[in-house]
Write a protein that binds this ligand. Structure first.
Ligand code: F6R
Ligand code: ZN
Length: 190
């Protein structure tokens, strides 16, 4: 009698991924040097501060295959600016992606090739379709870890330079009440 295999397990309540050998990548503040708006606030924090990690199921990376990974983005701020992922557009820019909110609260910042930005709330159960040709970044606006599941074509790749010097046109800062508010990246007084 054939015994059914136990597949990898994603705990949707906690975001924990287990039951498989995972490929993990961790990103620190030093890795994102200069990405946050306030260099003085950045200098106060340890460069080793871990901002996020991504745990991925190993895929074969071939045409037609899909990748899946969970991003765990810490709660915190560099000055007034909430912790965020580096953000990217896919190297194969036409390739789309889905994000699913697992735990915590945040925002998904989307920016199309014309520089037009759109924000979606991320929360447990939220579903986000990221079309091709749209850059994307997660921002943790809550006080707890934000985790989100992503599924994307293995051939998509990541282009971290395509956004150019200007990067995303919108930043998410905490107001005096701690609530998120948006500023355009060229706005002063951050
Ligand atoms: C994959 C994807 C996510 C991100 C992850 C980290 O296409 O969008 O798995 O890679 O949230 O963000 P980046 O790659 O911008 O550092
Ligand atoms: Zn992506």
């Amino acid at each position: 009698m054939m015994t059914p295999m136990i597949p990898p397990i994603l705990n949707f309540a906690t975001g924990n991924l287990g039951g498989a050998e995972l490929v993990e990548k961790s990103t620190t503040l030093a890795d994102l040097q200069g990405l946050f708006a306030d260099p003085h606030a950045e200098a106060v924090l340890s460069p080793d501060t871990q901002l996020y990690r991504v745990a991925m199921l190993p895929g074969n990376g071939g045409e037609g295959d899909l990748n899946m990974g969970v991003t765990y983005l810490e709660a915190g701020r560099v000055g007034q600016e909430f912790f965020m992922t580096r953000g990217h557009i896919h190297a194969r820019a036409e390739q789309a992606e889905y994000y699913f909110g697992l735990c915590g609260r945040g925002l998904l910042l989307l920016q199309d090739m014309a520089g037009v930005c759109l924000l979606e709330q991320v929360f447990p159960g939220s579903v986000h379709h990221i079309p091709g040709h749209v850059a994307h970044r997660l921002v943790n606006t809550g006080e707890t870890l934000l985790s989100a599941l992503a599924v994307w074509p293995a051939i998509a790749g990541h282009d971290y330079n395509a956004m150019g010097e200007c990067g995303f046109a919108v930043r998410v800062l905490a107001g005096e009440d701690g609530m998120p508010h948006l500023v355009t990246s060229d706005q002063q007084g951050m």
